[in-house]
Design a protein around this ligand. Structure first.
Ligand code: P53
Length: 503
């Protein structure tokens, strides 16, 4: 490989408040949608059918939320517990520093700052917590990169206003953003608006605060498949909210930069049939749509036909289009886990699949234990496609492997499979840089074991640091360095030059 990673390349790791903090009812925090994401057990997989074969969905319907409130003891809700980062942040950040992190991506829990999402005044205890976290990062020379909303809309806004279906939620979001931008001015240089903004299609509850009636149904990849009108309206409002956040950021702290975040990138045709390739085009459009608006500042031409022929009408306020144009992002970030396979579905006007994982297998790729195809070359392809389309600096805000780890008596894990995944993806990122793609950093998803987003499992581990907790919160919560900890340290120390797994 001929690559050299640029000097000052931001190596690090990424997390989200709802998957690490716990302390869901401490420090004046209000409830968030993530507090209602149930653990997907093997029993649920068997009895309710495979929502998405390997990634059943943990969305909650109105009935489920009501019951979770009334009878919390009946439910396993691991995101309320996280891995205790609210209390262990010093120790955890010190471990990141030991690996040599230059950047730590984390999110602010909106309901820690505004318990209902739309309160008049912020909760000082919540603000003070993140002051301490950011100070701790800087003490170790780590730059925080902060996501404003990572799958945890305040529950009050979801229940009372239908989340981002309502402009009230947009106003509340902008007030929250203004508050944190002012408070952390000078401490946070890199901001992200919404995590995986395209996840509204598969994850409307946690992603956008949309609550629908009825239990999730079995044997469909997406319990709430359909609802296109609501989903596209909500995401229009989120894109306006995102643009307003960017505008505020530039006003309040001209030194700071704000980016976006997209997942689910590369689609391959199953065959050389033109029809399959057409399906790729359709599916690509449902992905590019979000970043086209956020990076280019206007609705792309191809959405008109989809909206028209599906009778979707987007309610816009007078200056929305102007706001979208003014509030384009400074940089683009992506999460990259896998690629997808497309087969023609015979529709003249396509619908998004809304799937988290492809239902058609790619026979050329190995898969993780959760059925996620592992595709390092797809990473290079994706990075080139994005740069070609937007010509904006790219940050990899997530990449990682969820696996079951066998810890020895001391909590040590020999995770060569994780090292192998990391090595192959970093190599391809290096190739993309050599291709000329402007990439300024890479954050491994879940550098410390955390609660899975899709299934709320603890046993699906991404970390280079083992956390002694099981799916139900049993264990000592002790942190132990895995083999990959030392590997990533070596990668960072050599600025990506030494990728050999020698030990
Ligand atoms: P988990 C699905 C597919 C790709 C990325 O996911 C996804 C999801 C949502 O489950 O989300 C991102 O934990 C997300 C993180 C999440 C990570 O990928 O389900 O931004 O919050 O933890 C990995 O294995």
């Amino acid at each position: 490989m001929t690559k050299t990673f640029p000097k000052g390349f931001l190596w690090g790791g990424a997390t989200a408040a709802n998957q690490i903090e716990g302390a869901y009812n401490e420090g004046g925090r209000g409830l968030a949608t993530s507090d209602f994401a149930r653990l997907i057990t093997d029993e649920i997989r068997e009895t309710e059918g495979a929502f998405d074969e390997h990634v059943p969905h943990n969305a909650a319907s109105a009935e489920m939320v009501a019951d979770m409130k009334k009878n919390p003891e009946k439910w396993a809700l691991p995101k309320r517990r996280g891995i205790g980062f609210y209390h262990t942040y010093k120790e955890d950040i010190a471990l990141f520093a030991e690996m040599g992190f230059k950047v730590f991506r984390l999110s602010i829990s909106w309901s820690r700052i505004f318990p209902n999402g739309d309160d008049d005044t912020p909760n000082e205890e919540g603000l003070a917590f993140y002051d301490k976290v950011f100070d701790e990062c800087h003490k170790h020379g780590i730059e925080p990169m902060v996501t404003l909303c990572h799958f945890d809309t305040p529950l009050h806004l979801a229940e009372k206003y239908g989340g981002f279906l309502s402009r009230h939620t947009v106003d509340a979001f902008v007030h929250y953003v203004e508050t944190v931008l002012k408070r952390y001015k000078g401490k946070v240089k890199y901001w992200l608006t919404f995590n995986e903004i395209n996840n509204v299609l598969s994850n409307p509850f946690t992603s956008s605060g949309l609550i629908f009636d009825g239990a999730p149904t079995a044997n469909t990849c997406n319990p709430y498949l359909g609802h296109w009108q609501e989903k596209f309206q909500a995401v229009h409002n989120q894109m306006v909210a995102s643009a307003l956040a960017v505008i505020k950021c530039h006003e309040i702290d001209p030194e700071a930069k704000m980016g976006n975040m997209l997942c689910r990138l590369e689609n391959y045709a199953e065959s050389t049939k033109p029809e399959d390739q057409l399906q790729v085009l359709f599916e690509d459009h449902f992905n590019w749509f979000f970043t086209d608006v956020q990076c280019k500042g206007k609705y792309p031409y191809y959405m008109k036909r989809f909206f028209d022929e599906n009778a979707i009408t987007i309610a816009m306020e007078e200056n929305d289009l102007e706001v979208l144009q003014q509030g384009t992002v400074d940089f683009i970030t992506i999460s990259y886990y896998m690629t997808y396979v497309m087969r023609f579905k015979g529709e003249k006007v396509p619908k998004p699949t809304g799937r988290l994982v492809s239902d058609i297998k790619n026979p050329n790729l190995e898969m993780s234990g959760w059925g996620w195809p592992i595709d390092p070359i797809g990473f290079r392809i994706t990075l080139n496609h994005i740069y070609d389309r937007y010509q904006l600096p790219i940050f990899i805000s997530e990449n990682g492997l969820g696996a079951i780890d066998q810890a020895d008596a001391n909590g040590y894990v020999e995770d060569d499979y994780r090292i192998d995944y990391m090595k192959r993806h970093i190599e391809q990122m290096g190739e993309a840089i050599t291709d000329g793609v402007d990439i300024f950093g890479y954050a491994w998803w879940g550098p410390i074991d955390l609660i899975s987003s899709g299934t709320s499992e603890m046993k699906k581990r991404y970390g280079m640091i083992y956390v002694d907790l099981d799916d139900y919160g049993n264990g000592t919560a002790k942190r132990t360095r895995k083999k990959s900890f030392y590997y990533y340290k070596q990668v960072i120390e050599s600025n990506g030059e030494n990728l050999e797994n020698n030990s």
